[in-house]
Design a protein around this ligand. Structure first.
Ligand code: ACM
Ligand code: ZN
Length: 394
């Protein structure tokens, strides 16, 4: 039914041992998924071993401490996955018919990279790898003369390790604050005749997309990039921001999409916020899609972000049984009555006895309880000191 049946794991905020990743691969393979989207770069850590720029393997990979509210650890954290480890994951997945779709997130979410390559910032400044959750103003400067050469070199190394036809280049949550006052960016925008920062971002994205397309890869970007009207139509948008008119227009006018609506499919949220019944209720028929637009939905993907997830047990409980709900929708079984679906879970669970499931008393909840879920989430994950410092971040 769908060509792209995906699960995304964030290994930047917290890493998972290779054996844990293999266990998750076993589980998603059992459920019929065929894409493992591996989020390997972010503000809080760089995880891709790079030969050409070895400082990425040390300083960009290790943050001095972790402060995700209650998930707090006063010790240095992080390393890259070695090429050997990444190859092992790729071949393990290949045996199970799963492609690994790597993500190198840019031009935002690049503090770890910029901490070792400050020449790629608008203002050469002392960018720090981040220790908190957030959306940061430290983003790549698309106007720097050697930026594409460096990025293409890194991308080449990614492509050597990951043979998948798909490659994810992020494009989410990119503040334009530094671009606005950067003389190089201003000059570049003038040359290009661009006045809009979303279009300026896409001018950058399009260069990367073109490079990857010429290497035979299809590029995925988060749907933040659909805001700029000039996004290269070859890009596949990943629809996480819901009710987004620009994305609907993009899809209706021929752009492809993968759906990951955050209020149904983001599994870092607790069950009280995103209960199993909500995940199961997601219908891929987005409002506003035309008949031809509907044909441009190539798949669904469930992401999990890991700022607040630093153990395999917590990770697995957040994923199971919710990934079963996604697999039903992916495989055309999403219209079953919820109570019948619950019965089906019991059979499937027997095949997934190697992963932990959330306690079944917590699976189902009403929409009325969502605010209570948020309160609990904030209480569990944030400390007062964290909120105070996180709201003052650069
Ligand atoms: C995202 O959740 N920032 C893609
Ligand atoms: Zn700049």
């Amino acid at each position: 039914m769908y060509k792209y049946k995906g699960f995304m794991l964030d290994s930047a905020r917290h890493m998972q041992p290779i054996d844990e990743i293999k266990k998750l691969i076993d589980a998603i393979s059992e459920l019929g998924f065929n894409k493992f989207h591996w989020h390997l770069t972010d503000d809080q850590g760089w995880r891709f071993e790079c030969e050409k720029y070895p400082m990425l393997n040390t300083d960009a990979a290790e943050r001095p401490y972790s402060d995700f509210g209650k998930v707090y650890d006063n010790k240095p954290y992080g390393r890259v996955y070695t090429k050997e480890e990444m190859r092992e994951v790729v071949s393990y997945c290949a045996e199970k018919g799963i492609d690994v779709v790597p993500e190198f997130d840019m031009p935002g979410h690049t503090s770890a990279l910029l901490s070792v390559m400050p020449e790629l910032c608008c203002k050469k400044k002392d960018v720090k790898i981040k220790t908190h959750q957030g959306i940061y103003n430290d983003v790549l400067c698309p106007a720097k003369s050697n930026i594409y050469e460096i990025l293409f070199n890194i991308i080449d190394e990614f492509c050597e390790i990951f043979p998948s036809e798909y490659f994810h280049i992020g494009g989410d949550e990119t503040p334009s604050k530094h671009w606005e006052s950067c003389p190089d960016c201003r000059k570049k925008m003038k040359e290009l005749g661009i006045t809009d920062f979303a279009e300026y971002q896409n001018h950058f994205m399009n260069r990367i997309i073109d490079y990857l397309e010429k290497k035979g890869r299809h590029v995925i970007v988060w749907n933040d990039a659909a805001r700029g009207k000039n996004l290269d139509k070859r890009a596949i948008i990943q629809y996480w921001k819901e009710n987004d008119k620009a994305s609907i227009e993009y899809i209706n006018s021929g752009g492809m999409a993968i759906l990951s609506p955050f209020s149904y499919y983001y599994f870092d949220y607790d069950y009280m916020i995103t209960p199993l019944n909500r995940t199961y209720s997601f219908s891929p028929e987005l409002k506003g899609l035309t008949q031809s637009g509907k044909k441009n939905i190539i798949g669904l993907e469930a992401p999990v972000w890991t700022e607040y997830i630093n153990s395999s047990s917590r990770l697995e409980k957040l994923l199971f049984p919710r990934l079963i709900a996604v697999s039903f929708t992916l495989n055309g079984k999403g219209n079953m009555k919820y109570k019948d679906f619950l019965k089906e879970i019991e059979n499937i669970r027997k095949k997934l006895d190697f992963v932990e499931f959330e306690d079944n008393k917590k699976w189902t909840s009403s929409r009325m309880k969502t605010p209570l879920g948020w309160l609990k989430f904030v209480k569990t994950n944030y400390s007062y000191e964290y909120i105070k410092s996180a709201t003052n971040q650069e």
